[in-house]
Every structure is written in structure tokens, then in C-alpha cells.
Design a protein around this ligand. Structure first.
Ligand code: CO
Length: 133
């Protein structure tokens, strides 16, 4: 397994529309995809940058992990998504290397991807998402 691309950098924001407007006006970015992921309690806007995305992420419920993140740490970088060819193989390799997984088996992500999260504890403080397109 290897990482083939940075899929996205996810940024937790309190006001998604305000953040999208800022990225449009300040950086000329355009929204490529917008989706609500009910299970994770978030709404996201994906702004394409070359072959990667900036993922602006806002909570839709108070019990959403992103809501708790913003309460504890404020807005800012929430996780980094790395593209992999095979999510299950990537999970197995992280486990074999002694990493801690949040998702032991791959699950559906946004825009039809298959994903798994790696716990920041054991990953030098960064929440990592493995993304298979
Ligand atoms: Co993500």
C-alpha cells in the first residue's frame, strides 16, 4: 500500500456559507461538490485544487464530532485525507504497523468513495482519512 495523492484537507468551520464565500472571493475557488453526510452529522463543500480538494466541513448537529471539535479547539484543520488504491489493504497495513484505527472496516464516504479513519493518537496528532475512489 502507498498513498497516491492528497485527496483533501478538511477544515472545520462554524458557518459553511461564509467559509465558501471567503474561499471564492479570496482564492478564486469554486465549489465542486456539496453533500450532507447524516451519519457523521456534517455538511461539506469540496473545492477542487488540482487533483485534490479543500473540504470545508460544518456540523449539522450538536453531537457531531465536528461540533465537539470546534467547541474544544475552534475552527481550523480537522483532518487530512490521503488517497489509496485499496482501503482495506491500507487499514491492514496501518494495523500491522501498530497504528490505531477508528474504522476497522472500510465504510462509505462522500461522493461515492470508500473511507476509513486512523486515530490521531498513534498518528502523531493528526486525524487521517484513507480514501479509495
Ligand atoms: Co474527509
Amino acid at each position: 500500500m502507498k498513498l497516491t495523492e492528497i485527496d483533501h484537507v478538511a477544515i472545520a468551520v462554524a458557518d459553511l456559507d461564509a467559509a465558501v464565500s471567503y474561499y471564492e472571493e479570496a482564492f478564486g475557488a469554486t465549489v465542486n461538490h456539496r453533500e450532507t453526510i447524516e451519519k457523521d452529522g456534517v455538511e461539506e463543500a469540496l473545492l477542487k485544487v488540482a487533483d485534490s480538494y479543500v473540504q470545508l466541513l460544518t456540523p449539522i448537529r450538536d453531537d457531531s464530532p465536528v461540533a465537539k471539535y470546534i467547541q474544544a479547539k475552534g475552527e481550523g484543520i480537522h483532518h487530512v485525507g490521503y488517497r489509496v488504491d485499496n482501503c482495506q489493504e491500507a487499514i491492514d497495513q496501518v494495523r500491522a504497523a501498530g497504528g490505531r484505527l477508528i474504522d476497522e472496516v472500510p465504510r462509505p464516504g462522500s461522493r461515492g468513495t470508500t473511507i476509513a479513519f486512523v486515530h490521531p493518537k498513534g498518528a502523531f496528532g493528526t486525524l487521517i482519512e484513507l480514501v479509495q475512489e
